[in-house]
Design a protein around this ligand. Structure first.
Ligand code: GAR
Length: 207
């Protein structure tokens, strides 16, 4: 069984998609062993509670320094002994020591087709605002391994979504979630749980 820890900051719809697909049997060999949020008001925490998954909140705001937060954060993650860490809308910068420790064992969902609309400052609704500002016709989502850069790690899965006339950032965000994020994030976890994702030369190979 792949022990998965999901890190969240907000609504947790991606967390919900993972929970649902585990229940439906579309993600196999996987147990969600914990949810960690940096935000005590995150609705994701309620989703975890409803699914009977233990959760905790740990926020940089409650620590005197970033180093102290990073230390406690890593300890909290380690305690759960994850095989895979899933960043599902987690908006805190991951400490470098944690990236090194969990290399190729930590994935992120990003709401664009990387390398478009990604990197510093591109998160959540902002990504969709920028895509509409630019007038692109196709957007999408990406699941990738986390490395030291922002959205630069090896890409595992991507899915394209069409922009439609009259889209607002909110409408587009919802379509990208429904048509791409909630599909490729569970799919990537299932592939990893079944040992089908290999990394070589900064790229992934799906077997
Ligand atoms: C999702 O759209 C996710 O792709 C995005 O935040 C949202 C979280 O929603 N992540 C990023 O922008 C990371 N750079 P959720 O809490 O409902 O899953």
């Amino acid at each position: 069984m792949l022990r998965v820890v999901v890190l969240v900051s907000g609504g947790g719809t991606n967390l919900q998609a993972i929970i649902d697909e585990v229940h439906k049997g579309n993600i196999t060999n996987t147990e969600i062993v914990g949810v960690i949020s940096n935000n005590k008001n995150a609705y994701a925490l309620e989703r975890a509670a409803k699914a009977g998954i233990s959760s905790l909140c740990i926020s940089p705001k409650d620590f005197e320094s970033r180093d102290l937060f990073n230390e406690s954060f890593l300890a909290a993650v380690d305690e759960l002994q994850p095989d895979l860490i899933v960043l599902a809308g987690f908006l805190v910068v991951i400490p470098e020591v944690m990236i090194a420790k969990y290399r190729n064992r930590m994935i992120n969902i990003h709401p664009s087709l990387i390398p478009s609309f990604c990197g510093k400052g591109f998160y959540g609704l902002k990504v969709h605002e920028k895509a509409l500002e630019r007038g692109v016709k196709v957007v999408g989502a990406t699941v990738h391994f986390v490395d030291e850069g922002t959205d630069t790690g090896p890409i595992i899965l991507q899915k394209a979504v069409y922009v439609e006339d009259g889209d607002t950032p909110e409408v587009l965000q919802r379509r990208v979630m429904e048509q791409a994020e909630w599909k490729i994030l569970p799919q990537a976890i299932d592939l990893i749980a079944n040992d089908r994702v290999k990394v070589a030369d900064g790229k992934t190979i799906i077997e």
